[in-house]
Design a protein around this ligand. Structure first.
Ligand SMILES: *Cc1c(COP(=O)(O)O)cnc(C)c1O
Length: 391
């Protein structure tokens, strides 16, 4: 049989290659940081989700090592059999405290949190109303659930209202959105979404992967930015971006929702516990963020500095409320040539084009970090200016 499949796979792979969509991986030989070693060359990294610069933080690494000494390497179990340690429970409390929620359930990744959140809570009688730019893991989670699906254009409150009206015959309704959308760096209008949800009697869920640690006065996500504490029923998030960038995810929110997920959520029941290193290091991350807002302050300053200098240099940048700056080039080929050329200048960024972004909306996505120094930012800005005249 494999002979037949092999032929099919080769054709598929070739068509990906022919479309110019074949994803190649660059090999990093250093730790993840502002400066990384790629292919024997040191470059400045502007494409990691390392928003608070914690991926290589000494205190976080030390905490991971310590947790391994005290709690071992692996759990070899799911949570409900023998995979729950004191530090897993402590981490759930720390996450709840950070977001101002009742309770938290940990997952191996946010992909699993989103994959396991809908099916236990909703059935044919219910409605899930989803932003069109929501993350793939939300889309997959919704697919695993039999609820009726509605979709509204990105952050379009008129379309959302129409969906809510149409969904009135369903038993339960939930509006689901990313907090920060990863391609434009825009924030979902959570205050308006909560208003509409209350008007039309719906629940609200937000995926905080690119928003937690980044938006709001001290980085505590959409609750803080829009002051909607207590109005959002479910938040999902990752430990793999701002909060150290290791791995792991969580769902945090109303008590009874979290209680039921512990009983019925399949990625929680049928997949391994996060290892002690991750639990211990993440506990240290939330302790650090509780002690000081310094990293978040530096991140915000870096975003503002980068944006203002790039705008002053005449670049077309999407408005951002996050740490994602989309430098618009519009042309797909140009975005690839630009990314390749600027790598020669020692700046590592990614060019995105259709179908990842809409046709004719090609861009370079720059992700800022608290790990970036002013000199890094200046080098990046100057490289953009130089390369603009070369491509
Ligand atoms: C990164 C991301 C995820 C997946 O998170 P992992 O913990 O890496 O699985 C889910 N949703 C959004 C919006 C993301 O950006």
């Amino acid at each position: 049989m494999y002979k037949d499949l092999k032929k099919y796979l080769e054709t598929e792979l070739q068509s990906i290659e022919d479309a110019g969509l074949y994803k190649k991986e660059r090999i990093i030989t250093s730790s993840q940081s502002a400066e990384i070693e790629v292919g024997g060359k040191t470059v400045l990294n502007f494409c990691a989700n390392n928003y608070l610069g914690l991926s290589n933080n000494a205190r976080v690494i030390e905490a991971a090592k310590k947790a391994m000494d005290t709690h071992g390497f692996g759990m070899s179990s799911v949570r409900f059999i023998c995979g729950t340690q004191d530090i897993h429970k402590e981490l759930e409390v720390a996450v709840s405290k950070y977001f101002g929620t009742d309770d938290t359930i940990l997952y191996a990744a946010c992909f699993d949190a989103n994959g396991g959140v809908f099916e236990p809570l909703f059935s044919e009688q219910d409605a899930i109303i989803s932003d069109s730019l929501n993350h793939a893991s939300i889309i997959d989670g919704v697919r695993l659930c039999k609820a009726k699906r509605y979709r509204y254009a990105n952050a379009d409150m008129n379309e959302l209202e129409n969906c809510l009206k149409e969904a009135q015959t369903q038993r339960f309704r939930i509006v689901v959105t990313d907090g920060v959308f990863s391609m434009d760096g825009n924030v979902a209008p959570m205050d308006k979404i909560c208003d509409l949800a209350e008007k039309y009697n719906a629940l609200v869920m937000v995926d905080e992967c690119h928003s937690a640690g980044v938006i709001g006065k001290t980085g505590r996500g959409v609750n803080e930015l829009f002051n909607v504490y207590g109005r959002i029923d479910i938040h999902t998030g990752t430990l793999g971006k701002a909060f150290g960038g290791g791995i792991g995810g969580f769902t945090t929110g109303r008590k009874e929702i979290i209680d039921l997920l512990r009983q019925r959520s399949r990625p929680y029941l049928f997949s391994n516990s996060i290892p002690p290193t991750i639990a211990g290091a993440s506990l240290e991350v939330f302790k650090m963020l509780d002690e000081s807002d310094m990293l978040h302050t530096v991140l915000v300053e870096n975003v503002e500095y980068f944006r203002s200098k790039m705008l002053a240099a005449g670049f077309d940048i999407k408005p951002t409320q996050s740490a994602i700056c989309a430098v618009m080039l519009y042309d797909a080929k140009l975005s690839q040539a630009f990314a390749a050329k600027i790598l020669d200048e020692g700046i590592y960024v990614t060019g995105f084009y259709y179908p990842v972004v809409p046709q004719g909306q090609a861009r370079i996505r720059v992700q800022l970090s608290a790990a970036h120094k002013r000199t890094h930012l200046d080098k990046c800005i100057n490289a953009f200016i130089k390369v603009r005249y070369e491509v």
